[in-house]
Ligand binder design. Structure first.
Ligand code: HEM
Length: 254
């Protein structure tokens, strides 16, 4: 009995001596018990930098848009030697969408990103929320020391709204004008429509047309429903030498 007791005490002491992120474990336990009013842990930049998964460091964290996640289960990606180790111990939100993994690029300053890039950044945030345990908020660019959203975060949220609207418009546009299938060789090319061209599944096939962006001489091939093919939209043009009703056209130039 005494032997078991000694083994147990030694095991506990050994576990406690292993550097681990006990604060995060405790926090996760509280949350799983439904103690959601546990105060949000604020993490300073310098504290966050310690969580880079290296030996004798307290853990492995990644922050996106000021939200900090324990990514220890993704150690093969974020730990030392992992392909994405440069994301650990910091908030490098900008690099998630620019792919600029230089020291200058690994920053939380996202003020120059476009609304569409902000949408892509929120997709990453959603990914981390689904796959990893949140442990707190990074103090600085997106959250103040008392956990309040900063003006920078408010601007990001405005850009997100704009980006989502643009995305919805683009989706509606591609349902109305799905892209054609295309193939090109040195002799020329072929553009044609099918019920899945452009990745837009539909019941109609449509006929290929050139769609010009307003004020531009550049066009791209879109499929237009037969009933609308006589449309007087000035930005739509038939391919020369291709019958108006043809679902497939041979073309000389892009
Ligand atoms: C902006 C550019 C990119 C960013 C920010 C990025 C980011 C990431 C991150 C954060 C992970 C880890 C995900 C996790 O926690 O499970 C990951 C995984 C991965 N990435 Fe990338 N990536 C980029 C581009 C690429 C490209 C261009 C390729 C391939 C040519 C690629 C291939 C992979 C692969 C194969 C995995 C591992 C998937 C797995 O084993 O579960 N990534 N990427």
């Amino acid at each position: 009995m005494l032997t078991y007791f000694i083994v147990l005490v030694v095991a506990c002491l050994t576990a406690l001596m292993v550097p681990y992120d006990w604060a995060a474990v405790w926090d996760a336990m509280l949350r799983s018990l439904g103690a959601s009013n546990a105060p949000v842990r604020m993490i300073t930049k310098s504290e966050l930098s310690k969580y880079n998964g290296e030996v004798n460091r307290p853990g492995l964290y990644v922050a996106v848009l000021g939200q900090v996640f324990d990514v220890n289960k993704g150690r093969k990606h974020y730990g030392p030697g992992g392909g994405y180790h440069f994301f650990s111990g910091k908030d490098a939100s900008r690099a998630f969408v620019t792919g600029d993994f230089t020291e200058a690029g690994l920053t939380d300053d996202v003020s120059d990103l476009s609304p569409s890039q902000i949408v892509a950044l929120y997709d990453w945030l959603t990914f981390y929320q689904k796959d990893y345990t949140p442990v707190g908020r990074a103090e600085g660019y997106f959250y103040s020391a008392d956990g309040e959203p900063t003006e920078a975060l408010r601007q990001v949220e405005v850009a997100l709204e704009q980006g989502l609207q643009l995305k919805a418009q683009a989706q509606a546009h591609s349902v109305q004008y799905p892209p054609c299938n295309t193939e090109w060789s040195s002799a020329g090319g072929r553009v044609w429509c099918s019920t899945q061209s452009g990745g837009v599944k539909r019941e109609w096939v449509g006929v290929p047309r050139k769609l010009f962006s307003p004020g531009s001489s550049r066009s791209r091939c879109v499929c237009l429903q037969q009933e609308l093919s006589r449309s007087d939209n000035p930005n739509l043009q038939e391919y020369s030498g291709c019958p108006a009703e043809a679902e497939s056209c041979f073309v000389r130039e892009h």
